[in-house]
Write a protein that binds this ligand. Structure first.
Ligand code: DMJ
Length: 663
């Protein structure tokens, strides 16, 4: 039979715990109370005393930390705000450091800077000569350039020692962050300094024949290049705050992506130095996995474009080498290429998380591979990509010309059906339908027809107006359900629509282009930093008090993307309406105010809604130099012969390739 254990007699400890809970009556006598407290303390076990000691010290330390933190914080805030006020009020043309919620616009009808340009010679295909004098600079820069010219000490290949030393970073909250690719947090000081960066509207050290706004772009480029050259030379991406770099493919991505921009901007010495790196250091015989799409549009595209601009066969040789190494990606059951390929071993593979490829990726490598075939006479490049185009052209599962986002490399069929977007994973499919048609001299009418059908599909399923301001935007369709969500990536579309009209497609596409351009502009200007978030949600219900646009916390970042600048370039070039130049000028100022890192480089930011704390991400994407600054530069010129849209078609990374003319 089970007998419950008899209850033990009350122990000493039990008794004490009762008295600690104020079991005794109140006694007014001080000495007695002291004695009684002391007796109670002595009666506590060692463990109980330790717990009380620990709690006491913990509270003291918390109090101290709180005091120190708030004192520093307020001090920092007061110093910062006085510095910012000073800068904002003293530098002409600078936006106020604390702009109102809607940054003040320059008047749309304000006369832009008059060009003091000498008439340019018409831009010819083939290798033009670099017309511009070497830009002059401050003493350090001049010294660097002298050394560069002499091919010695200024050589950045010896420079990024500082970058090599990956040190532990301590965040401003005191957390220790171990160095890890792409995850360095900037120190609070660095974070603050990005906000104090004065807009680079100074225009010294740049060629005199340019107008003021072009000079500002050249200046921005040189500032970005300064950081890259010093801390990330020959590496993929600059981490401007930690003065370090990030490797993605290990192929000097930023340097290559920026080659033709340097040529176009007339930065001869920078170009020559980069060319030396390509000649001596760029080596594709590397056991490295690369993304087929990214390496094609950024590296192959730039090498081909730079070959056309400079006429230097070095770039074509490199392009052919890379193109050949990318070809194993097409060895799949369906001939729809793998997303990734190892350019050293020649083995292709899908991404880790799926066996599918992305539709935009497999359909946006055609301009480059086709051009490579035309230049080398080797048809295998063109055949591989044309097979993909033809296959997707005939594929079921589209919705009035709109395509899903994924495609199987085994079956060659679309997967994850029912999702339609003009944003990530589908965007450049539409762009390359039009651009391949243009590149090929408008012979391949099935491409034009697919494009026209897709524009109708967009109008039918994805186009809406926001409330209350009736901004036209392109949403998404998810299994029949409309989502009022638009990626900043979609802002390529106004430019593409305008380009189509220029090449003879329906004039009404221009109305849509203009309406979408206005929306993309508002996506930037309605943000406190003047920079668009990655994703915007629109309000489509006429409810009182709701605004047109809403940004979700996870989407507040800006990666220095080019799409707004890209479309502004096309819209200005093709309509001549100067308001597009004004909008681009505002954009450049915002980049300068909120993303420029004083020591060199620009950084993507985490929060476009907080001009006080935009939270730099410590990363400069290669497309900032390859695309964003190039399009801004081209936007600010009135010379329609500079990369004429009748002679060139820009790939999706802004690398101009020639339009083929019938033999
Ligand atoms: C670039 O690499 C290309 O423009 C691509 O088509 C989309 N993503 C980036 C820029 O945002």
């Amino acid at each position: 039979m089970y007998l419950p254990p008899s209850r033990p007699p009350p122990s000493h400890r039990d008794f004490i715990s009762v008295t600690l809970s104020f079991g005794e009556g109140y006694d007014n006598s001080k000495s007695r109370r002291r004695r009684s407290c002391w007796r109670k303390w002595k009666q506590l076990s060692r463990m109980q005393r330790n717990v009380i000691f620990f709690l006491f010290f913990f509270l003291v330390i918390c109090g101290l930390l709180f005091y120190i933190n708030s004192a520093t914080h307020w001090k920092a805030l007061s110093v910062r705000s006085s510095e910012e006020q000073k800068m904002g009020s003293e530098i002409p043309g600078l936006k106020p450091a604390h702009p109102p919620v809607l940054p003040a616009l320059q008047k749309a009808d304000a006369k832009p800077e008059v060009l003091s340009q000498k008439p340019r010679k018409p831009f010819r295909r083939g290798p033009p000569s670099l017309q511009l004098k070497a830009p002059d600079g401050d003493r350090k820069d001049r010294q660097d350039r002298r050394q560069m010219a002499a091919g010695k000490a200024g050589d950045p290949e010896a420079a990024p020692r500082e970058a090599d030393a990956q040190t532990t970073v301590i965040s401003w909250r005191g957390a220790v962050i171990e160095p890890e690719q792409g995850t360095h947090l900037p120190s609070r000081r660095a974070e603050a300094s990005i906000k104090h960066a004065s807009p680079e509207t100074k225009t010294e050290n740049v060629p005199a024949s340019l107008n003021m706004r072009q000079k500002a772009v050249v200046s921005a480029f040189r500032h970005a290049w300064k950081g890259y050259r010093k801390y990330a030379w020959g590496r993929d991406e600059l981490k401007p705050l930690s003065k370090s770099y990030n490797e993605w493919f290990g192929l000097g991505l930023t340097l290559i992506d920026a080659l033709d921009t340097m040529w176009i901007l007339g930065l001869k010495q920078e170009f020559e130095e980069a060319k030396r790196w390509v000649s001596k250091k760029l080596n594709f015989q590397k056991n490295v996995d690369v993304n087929l799409f990214e390496s094609t549009i950024r590296i192959l595209g730039s090498l081909l474009s730079t070959y056309h601009l400079s006429g230097d066969s070095l770039f074509l040789e490199k392009a052919k080498d890379l193109g050949t190494r990318l070809m194993p990606a097409f060895r799949t059951p369906s001939r729809i290429p793998f997303s990734d390929v190892n350019i050293g071993t020649g083995v292709g593979h899908p991404p880790r998380w799926t066996s599918d490829s992305t539709v935009a990726e497999v359909t946006s490598i055609q301009l480059e591979f086709r051009e490579l075939s035309r230049l080398t006479g080797d048809t295998e490049f063109q055949e591989a990509v044309q097979l993909v185009t033809r296959h997707v052209h005939g594929l079921g599962g589209k919705k009035d010309g709109l395509v899903p986002m994924f495609i199987s490399i085994y079956s060659g069929l679309f997967t994850h059906p029912g999702m339609f977007t003009l944003g990530a994973r589908a965007d450049s499919y539409y762009e390359y339908l039009l651009k391949q048609w243009i590149q090929g001299g408008k012979q391949e009418t099935h491409l034009r027809d697919d494009y026209l059908e897709a524009v109708e599909g967009i109008k039918m399923h994805l186009l809406r107006e926001s409330e209350p301001s009736k901004l036209t935007f392109v949403g998404e369709l998810s299994h029949g359900h409309f989502r009022a969500k638009m990626d900043h990536l979609v802002c390529f579309l106004p430019g593409t629509l305008a380009l189509g009209v220029h090449h003879g497609l329906p004039a009404e596409h221009m109305d849509l282009a203009k309406a979408l351009m206005e929306t993309c502009h508002q996506m930037n200007r309605q943000m406190e930093t003047g920079l668009s978030p990655e994703i915007m949600y629109f309000n489509i219900f006429p409810l009182a008090g709701r605004q047109d646009m809403e940004v979700r916390p996870a989407d507040r970042h800006n990666l220095l993307r080019p799409e707004t600048a890209e479309s502004l370039f096309y819209l200005y070039r093709l309509t001549g309406d100067r308001k597009y130049q004004e909008w681009g000028w505002e954009l450049l100022q915002s980049f300068n105010q909120f993303t420029r890192v004083p020591s060199g480089g620009y950084s993507s930011i985490n929060n476009v809604r907080d001009p006080q704390k935009p939270e730099p991400r410590d990363k400069m994407e290669s497309f900032f130099l390859g695309e964003t600054l190039k399009y801004l530069y081209l936007l600010f010129t009135d010379d329609k012969d500079l990369l004429s849209l009748d002679a060139y078609v820009f790939n999706t990374e802004a690398h101009p390739l020639p339009i083929w003319t019938p033999a």
